[in-house]
Ligand binder design. Sequence first.
Ligand SMILES: *[C@@H]1O[C@H](CO)[C@@H](O)[C@H](O)[C@H]1NC(C)=O
Length: 288
Amino acid sequence: RKLHSFTVMQPLKPEKDNPYCWFSLHAGGQYEYILVEKRGEKSDVGFIQLNRPKALNALCEGLMRELRQALDVFEADGEVGAIVITGSDRAFAAGADIKEMQNKTFQECYRTDFLAHWNRVSQSKKPVIAAVNGFALGGGCELAMMCDIIYAGEKAQFGQPEILLGTIPGAGGTQRLTRAVGKSLAMEMVLTGDRINAQDAKQSGLVSKVYPVDQLVSEAVKCGEKIAANSKLVSAMAKEAVNAAFEMTLAEGNHFEKRLFHATFATGDQKEGMTAFVEKRKASFQDS
Ligand SMILES: *[C@@H]1O[C@H](CO)[C@@H](O)[C@H](O)[C@H]1NC(C)=O
């Protein structure tokens, strides 16, 4: 099957007949393009599955809007300490929705700040793990890179093939990929459209772990549970500090880290964590 399949995706037919929409947290009712539930033994991992199977999870406007809504719901849910975003075994997301873009004018793109809303994913205060099976191409690769941690299934493929469509990555691909894998590989991928497999992605630092396809999602949820067991408050600070490394000089970043480090001493969770350590028991964090 030609990899260009993502360019000929079906447009926006509502997938209302979808039998898998078993659960919805969204106040407005069922989601159309995603499945949403809470996973983990303590239901502390927000779980979002992109679900436009016929379109290999092409990221249409509607899907991205629902993804933002689901993130808002999980951010407001005090029980949720981490979020997992995944797709299907075949595709995390094979691209943006090309038919939605095909006839857009520059004026329209500029006026609506096209794709700017996608950034919501990278602005989540709670840690977000991308569990990538199959294709993560174009917008799909960019979406994965907006997450904090990427786990890949053995058959995963990452790529930024926009150049083959006469455009360039527009949701952070040229920036986040370069920071993740370095200049030469990022240039090669962005200029040729060539994909890399899970092993190369691991080796280049794009992903942190590779798992067999059928274990990927449960391993990502396990990672989410591990994160959710820590203080949500302090995890948010840790995430903010790591992210600052991409925005600041080393001196500024170290200064920022130090301020946040000092701030943790104002929390009950630091007292609890260190007291539990001294008393040789497991900490019970209250997120305060
Ligand atoms: C875009 O424009 C072309 C040429 O006018 C037309 O054939 C095509 O159907 C349009 N595509 C969409 C998705 O509207």
